[in-house]
Design a protein around this ligand. Structure first.
Ligand SMILES: [Zn+2]
Length: 162
């Protein structure tokens, strides 16, 4: 997925924000960490492009077990620490959206869901569509849908006092 990660991070962050106690001064920080988490796994692109030249989905930053572990730690922190709830909530949305990133990457690419225990790739791309131009695949339609949905959430929340 190319364009859908940031919109998905925006949508997820707003959904979770709506379920929180909504301290309005914290919204922008929460949104920042949520959207940063949505693209965090792709920071490995720099290493891939500049140094290793390998497929970046084979790095630990695209291993689900890495983000699931961090998500569980963040969730535990959020449950236990009542004094630094904003920091814990930021870590939680960061890691949650990084995990959502991997789910979305599975739609349009290949993810090692069982790594490091197995090198089997998982993907929702069919063999028929794999050779087709990306912009004609249904994964691209999903990206457009996420952008549209994020715009709807933004329009709805723009009336909110933050
Ligand atoms: Zn990615």
């Amino acid at each position: 997925m190319i364009f859908g990660h940031l919109p998905a991070g925006y949508i997820m962050s707003n959904i979770l924000w709506e379920t929180s106690d909504k301290k309005t001064s914290f919204y922008k920080t929460f949104l920042f960490w949520g959207m940063f988490g949505a693209i965090a796994p792709d920071t490995d692109l720099l290493y891939s492009l500049l140094i290793d030249h390998a497929y970046h989905h084979s790095y630990i930053t695209h291993f689900p077990i890495f983000w699931i572990s961090l998500l569980l730690i963040a969730l535990l922190w959020l449950r236990i620490d009542k004094t630094r709830r904003n920091v814990a909530a930021s870590c939680f949305i960061f890691t949650l959206n990084a995990l959502v990133h991997l789910i979305l990457d599975t739609v349009t690419g290949h993810i090692l869901w069982l790594a490091p225990f197995s090198n089997q790739h998982f993907s929702l791309i069919t063999e028929r569509s794999e050779g087709a131009h990306y912009f004609t695949q249904w994964g691209f339609a999903l990206e457009l849908f996420l952008i549209f949905l994020a715009l709807c959430v933004w329009l709805k929340s723009s009336g909110r006092d933050v």
